[in-house]
Design a binder for this molecule. Structure first.
Ligand SMILES: *Cc1c(COP(=O)(O)O)cnc(C)c1O
Length: 380
């Protein structure tokens, strides 16, 4: 019998293993733990009806205030926001054009993107009928390459900001300068770039006409939400294309509870003490490092910077001297070797694993440490 205070019982009674997600806010591994105050706000909102247009206006004002943008809206994740960005720059708020998507006949439908910024989510752009035009090669992009791709069919320039991406892409302010000289908007995806909290206003300041953040990553709002902020006319167009309106974004509904939850999460997130938060993340990561530091052939350290390791994380590099089980087997063993799945961060490179403490309480850090030692010391 599962004790009633065992929260994992909701999964175990379905025959589903609970997980510990040390990979950061990965959607496939549950995303993040919802803030308790967000849960309370959502619960209350779920029992009272509201005019969604009025609620969306109010949420937009909150988002505008925290991002420094003219306007904002809550979306169905960053992926939903990418769809609405594209719909907004291709069809605008013209109902006849909006209704025709993904047929873009007669509309400007090219979105220019650094080849370095092609990413697994860019299908969200093409889903509304936009065509991606790649610029630059796979090392860098030069201003003339961007300039020469602009033509009368160009709708926007897309820009990706994400960890482990493209050190030699053109900086956003330069892209924005070129775009604006041609009266084109720059649409930015910065889904996972907060914390640091200063990034909430950064990309608008650097010239983004629209920017995206996930509500269900480190902001710890409802897992299915996102934030779209930017120029008033573009946000109006994005809203026009989205739910509750019956256009291409109708399938990406955001409910009243989710809107209220995102607002609550964002309002809480911006008031938190980031230094204290980082100190707590660092302490957890340091415990992992201390537990593995003696293992010959592993480089283990806490890493924290403004580009890749936005949250202080325990980074484990398998050097050429490592004689234990392969990185892949450690990753698989952590996932499948116990009665709880443990997901590690694997994105930083083929010789690296990491423990991101975002989703870990103190007990979970201990479980991760003991299971990691077990897998690393396993004889193959
Ligand atoms: C996580 C992420 C997304 C998807 O975000 P969701 O909120 O899960 O839809 C899109 N783009 C980038 C760059 C991301 O990091």
């Amino acid at each position: 019998m599962v004790p009633s205070n065992d929260r994992a019982a909701v999964y175990r009674t379905l025959g589903v293993k609970p997980a510990i997600t040390a990979s950061g806010p990965t959607t496939a591994y549950g995303g993040t733990k919802l803030r308790p105050e967000v849960h309370a706000a959502m619960n209350a909102a779920s029992q009272v009806m509201v005019d969604m247009a009025e609620l969306n206006d109010a949420a937009g004002d909150v988002i505008a205030r925290h991002t420094g943008a003219e306007a904002g809206m809550v979306t169905s994740g960053s992926a939903g926001a990418l769809v609405l960005q594209a719909a907004a720059v291709v069809a605008g708020a013209d109902k006849a054009q909006m209704k025709r998507l993904p047929d873009t006949t007669g509309m400007k439908n090219e979105i220019i993107i650094h080849n370095l910024h092609r990413f697994p989510y860019d299908q969200c752009y093409t889903s509304v009928g936009a065509k991606l035009v790649g610029v630059g090669d796979f090392l860098r992009c030069l201003p003339w390459e961007l300039e020469s791709a602009i033509n009368e069919n160009t709708a926007a320039i897309a820009y990706l900001v994400a960890p482990f991406v493209a050190p030699y892409a053109m900086p956003l302010p330069e892209v924005a300068e070129i775009a604006h000289a041609h009266k084109l908007p720059v649409i930015v995806d910065a889904a996972s770039m907060v914390p640091p909290r200063e990034n909430l206003t950064r990309y608008i300041n650097e010239g983004a006409d629209m920017v995206i953040f996930s509500g269900g990553k480190a902001i710890r709002g409802p897992q299915g939400t996102g934030i779209l902020a930017g120029r008033k006319d573009l946000i109006e167009a994005a809203r026009a294309n989205g739910s509750p309106n019956q256009f291409i974004g109708r399938g990406m509904k955001v409910t009243k509870e989710e809107v209220v939850g995102l607002v609550e999460a964002l309002n809480t997130f911006v008031t938190e003490d980031e230094d204290a938060e980082n100190a707590a993340f660092r302490a957890k990561s340091q415990r992992v490092v201390d537990a593995l530091i003696e293992m010959p052939g592993l480089d283990v350290e806490v890493r924290h910077n403004k580009k890749d390791w936005l949250i202080p994380s325990a980074v484990i590099r398998f050097t050429d001297d490592w004689a234990g089980p392969s990185r892949e087997n450690v990753l698989k063993g952590m996932e499948n070797g116990g009665d709880t799945k443990i997901f590690l961060h694997w994105l930083a490179g083929p010789d690296t694993l990491a423990v991101d403490p975002l989703n870990l309480d103190d007990d979970e850090v201990e479980v991760v440490i003991s299971r990691l030692r077990e897998e690393l010391l396993r004889n193959e």
